[in-house]
Design a protein around this ligand. Structure first.
Ligand code: GRF
Length: 217
């Protein structure tokens, strides 16, 4: 089986990178991580890649006067490694429109909310402030607008009495670690088709409950 060559872009902790590395270790996983790029030399997540023997590259955004120059350096690194798919995993740099268009439908991101709710930062505190009963994460194809683009997978978690932003973040993060490998698997298997603003997935159908109530009633 030819595995799709993936690059993961990080800026920090890299727990989603670790989840993707673990998934790719399965012999039947249809993708392999061929490169991890960080825009900061101190990104802790780089250690996950090094431990797994995955090539890493640091491209410090501060070294580039213009965003387009940083994007071009990033693109060169991806091309040189023969990358087919890009996963943004806690990558805290906005990418320019030209770069995003160049990787259209070949670049995905994970965002810690059920999009289109709570785009941007501090999603867990904002979800608590809004009083939502269900929160979660979204894997989506990247478009020029921030936290926008066709949705591949979402995972929902309940908001529970006594939650604070940290407790809720930890529950969402555990869901992220399931959702991201699943989305990558389906895309790498060629089951995912972008149709306008939506994604169609040819996947074995599973039975989901018609409604998830929280509180359970
Ligand atoms: C995650 O919550 C992800 O959804 C968001 O940034 C965080 C990155 O965490 N985009 P990690 O670096 O993968 O641990």
């Amino acid at each position: 089986m030819a595995r799709r060559k993936v690059a993961v872009l990080i800026s920090g902790r890299g727990s989603n990178l670790a989840a993707l590395i673990a998934a790719c270790a399965a012999p039947d996983f249809p993708a392999q991580i061929a490169l991890v790029v960080a825009n900061r030399a101190d990104a802790a997540g780089l250690a996950h890649a090094t431990r797994a023997g995955i090539p890493t590259q640091v491209i410090p955004h501060r070294d580039y006067a213009a965003r387009a120059d940083f994007d071009a350096a990033l693109d060169r690194a991806l091309q040189a490694a023969g990358i087919e798919l890009v996963c943004l995993a806690g990558f805290m740099r906005l990418l320019g429109d030209a770069f995003v268009e160049r990787w259209r439908d070949r670049m995905i991101n994970i965002h810690p909310s059920l999009l289109p709710a709570f785009r941007g930062l501090d999603t867990h505190a904002r979800a608590l402030a809004a009083g939502v009963r269900v929160h979660g994460c979204t894997v989506h194809f990247v478009r020029p607008a921030m936290d926008d683009g066709p949705i591949v997978v979402q995972a929902a978690v309940p908001v529970l009495p006594g939650d604070d932003a940290d407790k809720l973040a930890a529950r969402v993060l555990a869901a992220e670690h399931q959702a991201y490998p699943l989305a990558l698997r389906w895309i790498a298997e060629g089951r995912v088709r972008v149709a306008g603003d939506r994604v169609e997935i040819a996947a074995p159908s599973a039975i989901l409950p018609a409604a998830i109530l929280n509180p359970p009633g």
